[in-house]
Design a protein around this ligand. Structure first.
Ligand code: SAH
Length: 358
C-alpha cells in the first residue's frame, strides 16, 4: 500500500492494522479510528483526539477522505425515498437510493458506473459500462446514506442492497471488499444477512459466492422462465443459459442452506401471463426461493408497460399454487425515477467503454 494514496473508505480493518504496525503503532488504534469514521462521522484525523497526537499527524499526511459530491437529490412525494446522483472524484456519477420507512432504512447502492449487461428494460444498460467502482466508492455511498439518516435523527442504517447501477458480480473483488468493510463490527456493523446482492445471473460469480461461503443474501434477476424469452430481455442469458443458471442456483442454495430471491419485472403482455407464471412455478420446484414481482418502471427508449395490479395478483396466485412464495413490490419512488439508472441517464451522457449486448 503506498502511503501517499491511502483512501480512507477503501481500507479494511486488516489493512489499517497493517498500516499502523508498519508505522510502529499498536494495531488496536484501528478499531477506534473506524468508530470515529463510521459511527461518529469524523473523518479528519486532526479531530480524532483519542488517538495519540503523533499518529494523528501521520494519518493526516497519509489519508485522503474524499467525500462524494451530491450532484442532484430528489425525494418521492411520500417522502420515504430519496435518490441521489453522487459525483466521484473523476467526474463520473452514480446513483444511490435511501429508502426509509417505518424505522427501517435501506440503502440501494451502485457497483459500477453504467453496466455492460444490456437488459432491454433497464435505464443503466443504455449507458453501457463506463468503469468499475472501487470498494471505497461503494462504501462511500453507504456512508452518504447513513449520514443523511443521522441528520434526520433516524435510526442507523440496517440494510444494504446492491441493486443500483451495475452488475455486482462483474466487479466481484471490489464488491466483496466493500461488503467486508460495511460489516466490520467497529464500523457500520451491517449484518451480512442484511446485505443483498442482486445479479443478472453471472454463473461463475454465483458458484464463487457459494464456494467462498459469502454470507450475504443472493437475488437473481430472472424475468423469464424459458431460455428463449429470457435471452430477449436479458442478453447475458446467451452466455449463461437458463438451465445452467438454475443448476448454479441449486448448487448455491444447497451449499449455503439458504433461499434465493428471484426478481421478476412484470411487463404487460411480455412475461405476465398465467402460463408464464406456471412455467416459473415449475422451474423453481425444489429450490428454496422467494420471488419478488416488480411491476416495470417505465423508462425512455423502451416501450414496455407495467403489468396491472389484478394481473400481478393472478401471477402471484399461480406461483402460490406451485408453493412458491412471492411478494408484489410496491414501486416506491416511481415518481422520482427511482428505477435503476434512470436519474443518471436523464443527465448528460458519460463516456462508455463496453456493452455486452453489442
Ligand atoms: N445487475 C444487477 C442489479 C441491477 S438493478 C441485476 O441485474 O440484478 C436491480 C433490479 O432492477 C434487477 O432485477 C433489474 O432487472 C431490475 N430493473 C432494472 N430496470 C428496471 C425497470 N425499468 N423496472 C423494473 N425493474 C428493473
Amino acid at each position: 500500500m503506498s502511503e501517499s494514496s491511502l483512501s480512507l473508505y477503501q481500507l479494511s480493518r486488516h489493512d489499517l492494522e497493517q498500516q499502523l504496525c508498519s508505522w510502529g503503532f499498536p494495531p488496536i488504534h484501528a478499531a477506534r479510528l473506524l468508530k470515529y469514521v463510521y459511527r461518529e462521522g469524523i473523518c479528519s484525523p486532526r479531530e480524532m483526539y483519542e488517538l495519540p497526537a503523533v499518529l494523528r499527524g501521520r494519518l493526516e499526511d497519509a489519508l485522503t477522505a474524499d467525500e462524494l459530491t451530491t450532484c442532484s437529490e430528489i425525494q418521492s412525494s411520500d417522502g420515504f425515498t430519496r435518490k441521489y446522483l453522487l459525483g466521484l472524484t473523476d467526474g463520473c456519477r452514480v446513483e444511490t437510493v435511501l429508502m426509509h420507512f417505518r424505522g427501517r432504512a435501506t440503502a440501494c447502492v451502485s457497483s459500477q458506473v453504467g453496466c455492460a449487461m444490456g437488459c432491454v428494460f433497464c435505464a443503466t444498460a443504455q449507458m453501457g459500462l463506463v468503469r468499475q467502482l472501487t470498494a471505497g466508492e461503494i462504501v462511500q455511498q453507504v456512508v452518504h446514506a447513513n449520514r443523511v439518516l443521522m441528520e434526520l435523527g433516524a435510526p442507523q442504517l440496517r440494510n444494504v442492497v446492491l441493486m443500483g447501477m451495475g452488475e455486482p458480480l462483474h466487479n466481484y473483488d471490489a464488491v466483496m471488499k466493500a461488503i467486508g468493510i460495511l460489516c466490520e463490527p467497529a464500523g457500520l456493523a451491517i449484518g451480512p444477512r442484511h446485505i443483498t446482492l442482486s445479479t443478472v445471473g453471472v454463473i461463475p460469480g454465483i458458484i464463487r459466492l457459494a464456494d467462498e461461503r459469502q454470507p450475504v443474501n443472493l437475488a437473481v434477476s430472472l424475468h423469464a422462465a424459458t431460455q428463449e424469452e429470457r435471452a430477449k430481455l436479458v442478453p447475458p442469458a446467451r452466455a449463461w443459459p437458463l438451465d445452467e443458471l438454475v443448476t448454479a442456483c441449486r448448487y448455491y442454495a444447497e451449499k449455503m442452506k439458504r433461499r434465493i430471491f428471484f426478481e421478476w419485472a412484470l411487463i404487460e403482455g411480455q412475461n405476465d401471463s398465467e402460463e408464464q407464471a406456471a412455467t416459473l412455478g415449475t422451474l423453481l420446484q425444489g429450490l428454496p426461493s422467494h420471488v419478488n414481482l416488480i411491476p416495470l418502471n417505465p423508462i425512455a427508449n423502451y416501450d414496455g408497460l407495467p403489468t396491472s395490479n389484478p394481473s400481478a395478483k393472478r401471477f402471484q396466485a399461480i406461483l402460490a399454487e406451485h408453493d412458491i412464495p412471492s411478494t408484489i413490490r410496491q414501486r416506491r419512488g416511481i415518481d422520482i425515477a427511482a428505477g435503476c439508472g434512470q436519474l443518471a441517464v436523464e443527465t448528460p451522457p458519460q463516456q462508455r467503454v463496453a456493452c455486452l449486448s453489442e
